[in-house]
Write a protein that binds this ligand. Structure first.
Ligand code: NAD
Length: 257
């Protein structure tokens, strides 16, 4: 796999899956643009570490993916975007009547609308370059549902729909768009859910992991950020050139149930 000469922009990539994907794409030779809404020394240090250890160019560009204009500015500031990974995401758990309006708005904006805005600016760049890969990080929750995650599930199903539409609008070009649907990966977004679930079910951390989270994952193992990065890298390979408009589940069998 040689992605040298390509630039990958990964939204929400100062931790978890986005950072894992950035590392794997950098190892394959792609120049990297990291992003999140924060702008501190640690964020820029992540880019420097990737650059130092892989030899690619890596930059950090601050932009808040809850704001359409900033999503668009991120891609403009990157100047080049051959590989776009729409990964930024947040989560909130509550029954529909109690779901805070501002949480609904933020989840729809960050998890779904941001992918529309970045794609809108990236596609003309990809067309100019004659090659492009859009990879949307959806979820097993983009294909299935469960109670109390209305906004997250609506947003992730929306991302799957956007993926298909993007694929159809680019089908005759050397541009593909696919969604990766992870099952549980032990990243900060999942870590944050553990204390509340422990309280709710009066369980230990180990019990929550085994009896609540991994009950849905037949492999009984968390997927890893490296596996997400490997899947993203595969989608950039020539072997995947005819794969477009689809979802790839990396979920230990969750969606096979
Ligand atoms: P994470 O919390 O480590 O990563 C989320 C990233 O989004 C962080 O880098 C965070 O800084 C960024 N982010 C949040 N709000 C932002 C904003 N307003 N603007 C820009 N960036 C913002 O969690 P993760 O598990 O790595 O999640 C990454 C993606 O994977 C999300 O879209 C999530 O829904 C999806 N996902 C995760 C799992 C899992 O089990 N971890 C499963 C399925 C899907």
């Amino acid at each position: 796999m040689d992605l040298s000469g390509k630039t990958a922009v990964i939204t929400g990539s100062n931790s978890g899956i986005g950072l894992g994907i950035a590392w794997e794409l950098a190892r394959a030779g792609a120049d990297i643009v990291l992003n999140s809404f924060t702008d501190n020394d640690e964020d820029h240090a992540l880019a420097k570490t990737i650059a130092d250890e892989t030899g690619v160019t890596a930059r950090y560009i601050q932009a808040d993916m809850s704001k359409g204009v900033q999503c668009r500015d991120l891609i403009t500031k990157a100047e080049r975007c051959d590989i776009l990974v729409n990964n930024a995401g947040i989560q909130h758990v509550a029954p529909i009547p109690d779901f805070p309006v501002e949480k609904w708005d933020a989840i729809i904006a960050i998890n779904m609308s941001s992918a529309f805005h970045t794609t809108a600016v990236a596609l003309p760049m990809m067309r100019k370059a004659g090659w492009g890969r859009v990879i949307n990080i959806a979820s097993a929750h983009g294909l299935t549902a469960s109670p109390f995650k209305a906004a997250y599930i609506a947003a992730k199903h929306g991302v799957v729909g956007l993926t298909k539409t993007t694929a159809l609008e680019t089908a005759k070009e050397d541009i593909t768009c696919n969604a990766i649907c992870p099952g549980y990966v032990l990243t900060p977004i999942v870590e944050k859910q553990i204390p509340d679930t422990m309280k709710e079910y009066d369980m230990t951390r180990e019990e929550v992991i085994e009896n609540v989270m991994l009950t849905r994952q037949p492999s009984k193992e968390f997927a890893t950020v490296e596996q997400m990065g490997g899947t993203a890298t595969f989608l950039c390979s020539s072997a995947a050139a005819q794969i477009t408009g689809t979802t790839i589940s990396v979920d230990g069998g969750w969606t096979a149930l």
